[in-house]
Design a protein around this ligand. Structure first.
Ligand code: NI
Length: 172
């Protein structure tokens, strides 16, 4: 396992559509392990392969709910409701912004054994899924931010969710 370099906003790789994965290979296995290590190292709650420069439809997610997700070719098949909250991204380090997303989503994907899985999510997991799936289609949350993009120390104290604190927080 090895840490991968996280690409930051302005790198054209982050704006590209990612290709579907059709079979598991040792190289993809290694990429998955490296992405998990990189996500945990930088306290992210999710990471998409494009963020480490690989244009494949692969994301890893861990929102500290006791589950670790490795999702291949993930797709949102249902969404409902609306929720606005602060979001961050490892590719936009140190910044936060308010984004409105669906409150609940149903996602279909393949797991790392290439078996189909379905996830029904709400709250932070639903937000993270939408954020990561945007990455695989070349989109950053900064396109959706309402109002100003804030640095962590500009965040209004009472609105700062613990998950998004700069030192221990989540960036995706
Ligand atoms: Ni992100």
């Amino acid at each position: 396992m090895a840490l991968r370099e996280v690409r930051t906003e302005g790198d054209p790789v982050l704006t590209k559509e990612c290709k579907k994965i059709t079979k598991m290979t040792p190289r993809t296995e290694e990429l998955i392990d490296d992405m998990l290590e990189t996500m945990y190292e930088y306290n992210g709650c999710g990471l998409a392969a494009s963020q480490v420069g690989i244009l494949r439809q692969l994301v890893v997610i861990d929102v500290d709910d006791g589950n670790q997700y490795v999702l291949i070719n993930p797709e949102i098949v249902e969404k409902s409701g609306e929720e606005t909250d602060y979001e961050g991204c490892l590719s936009v380090p140190g910044m936060r912004g308010k984004v409105t997303r669906a409150g609940k989503v149903k996602v279909r994907a393949l797991d790392r054994s290439m078996e189909p899985i379905e996830i029904e999510a709400e709250g932070l997991l639903a937000r993270c899924l939408q954020h990561e799936i945007d990455h695989i289609h070349g989109h950053l949350y900064t396109e959706l931010v309402e109002g100003e993009l804030l640095s962590a120390d500009e965040m209004p104290e009472e609105e700062e969710p613990e998950e998004f604190l700069p030192e221990s927080g989540e960036e995706a």
